[in-house]
Every structure is written in structure tokens, then in C-alpha cells.
Design a protein. Sequence first.
Length: 180
Amino acid sequence: MTSLLELHEKYDAIKARAKWVVARSYLTEIYPLYFEPKRQSATKILEIGVCFGGSVCALRDYFPNAQIVGADIELYRPFRRSDNPRITLIQADQGNVGDLKKLGVYGPYDFIIEDGSHEYTHQKLAMDTLPAFLKSDGVLFIEDVVPRHKGHKIEKYAKEFSQEGLEVVFHPGMIAVKRV
């Protein structure tokens, strides 16, 4: 089977081109831990921050039975693969709780990938809002939790984060919030 990194490279997704080693490790080390056991059974995935769409196409190919919902603040960007019936694109502002709640209508999700603005207030809002839209064993990923993206604040918040039925797991550059 094709790896997540190979699919991101195929669709020229930004993570595959990243010179930042930690971002590439998401595709080779962290995501496979969570994704591989559900590769065939996952039915709904949300990605916030789809940019030009390569990553949603990679997710579509990686999860053969999943509907992929992609959200971005700007959908006017050239998105050449938006006509696929397994991909739904939604214009949403990650900093607007109403927009985040609108995304819940398409769930519940097996996985939610927050790879949007990387601003602390947006990441905090995602942690507070999005777990409600996870399936019983779903996972929310907050990407790029590093000082250059002001991630040090969200990491501190995550250490104090507490919602019943959720477990926070720290990975290099990423936080995973698991529904247990």
C-alpha cells in the first residue's frame, strides 16, 4: 500500500515539501501510528487548513472508505481536484467558533487535523470546540506546536487542558487529543 508521505508527494502537498523535519515526521512517524489501524474503517476525516488541496487528495487516497472534509478560510485558491464526490470543501474561519461548529454537521469524525493558522487563540479554540465532533475513539491533531508558530503557548494550555473523556498525548511538534 502507498504510504502517506508518498501520497502527499504525489499531490505536491506542502507537508511533503517541508524542509522542516518535524513536519515530515508527521507523515512518516506520528500519523501512521493512529491512521494505519483505521485505514480501511475510517469514514469521516476533517482537515482544517487545506491550502491548495494536495493533502485532502492524499487523505482521500489513503483512506479508501472515508469522506474527506476540507476547510480553509480561502477557497478561491486554485483547487484543481474539488470535483471528487468523496471530498467536501467548506469555507470556514478557524478563529470563529460558529464556523468551527458548522464543521461538526459533517461529522462525527474519526480524525480531525488542525493545520490552519497556527495562531495560539485558534489552536486553543480548536481544542475547546472540535473534540465534541469526534467519534468515540477519534483523535484531534493540533499541528505545528513549536515556538516559531507560537506553539509554546498551546502546549502549556494542553498540559492544563481537561475535558471528560479526552486524553492529551504530546508528540514532537504536535498534540493529539484522543476521545477515550
